[in-house]
Ligand binder design. Sequence first.
Ligand code: G1P
Length: 293
Amino acid sequence: MKVRKALIPAAGLGTRMLPETKTVPKEMLPIVDKPAIQYVVEEAVESGIEEILILTNRSKAVMEDYFDYHPELESKLRNAGRIAEADMLRKVADMAHITFMRQKQTLGLGHAVLCARRFAGDEPFAVLLGDDIMKNGPPVTAQLIRAAEKYNCSAVGARHVPLDVIHKYCSLRYEDVPGEEKIKRLLAAIEKPRPEQVYTDFAILGRYVFTPGIFDVLENQMPGYGGEIQLTDAIDGLARREKVMAVDFDGRRFDTGSMTGYLETVLEYALESPKTGKWLRDYILKKAEEFEK
Ligand code: G1P
């Protein structure tokens, strides 16, 4: 089994970040000097993905522009001797083989994945949620691909989360796999569980690798939580038909699609950036002194 393709669903309406996301896709919000989705594409490329499908909607065409050439701007930069910047713009557009497709109706993450059926064909494929950025540690998608290839099955990225926030995610039932510490066999999954529905504190966070078997489940998937076709419900169905592994991945996940998650992400990256790190540290220290007064 070889995973060469990835889907990045980025068609959500971004209702947690209004009014900003009325016209600017949440995936295009800047994390220091790059839009959030670039980090996600970079993770896919670093994980060995060769072909990417980004699922958008009618108000998100700016994502296509971002991964296109911009000859006018590039030549202006080159004429002004700003070669490194011109090269950088070119590199973004040449980073990966990306195709775009519009989800005509926003019917849920499960429906979004079903839209990739023709793209995936009969190959396994990765899914990277467009507003979840993974930091620290080897690329999370690569960690999942390794597990999927080892066990020849689907694999989802999961972490133990505090039980008081599990209702924002999903909850997994699982069993140990002999000889594995980080890889569990997924037995059942429930989306946005109510307290009495929680299986464990183990939740899927933004990364998946699927066999094409997921499409057979999704095409018959009834709407679930929030009236949407939920990917988690299909994973629950898939785990009853075939093996699905849950990988307790290394790295930290940032949710750029919520107000506080976005600010946290920007601060973390800005503190590490050579362009802004020292300035921001000094600024925070100065502010902290002011708060103490
Ligand atoms: C989605 C998934 C959920 C997952 C979460 C974090 O929820 O449906 O299972 O735990 O992403 O990756 P959303 O954040 O879209 O509500």
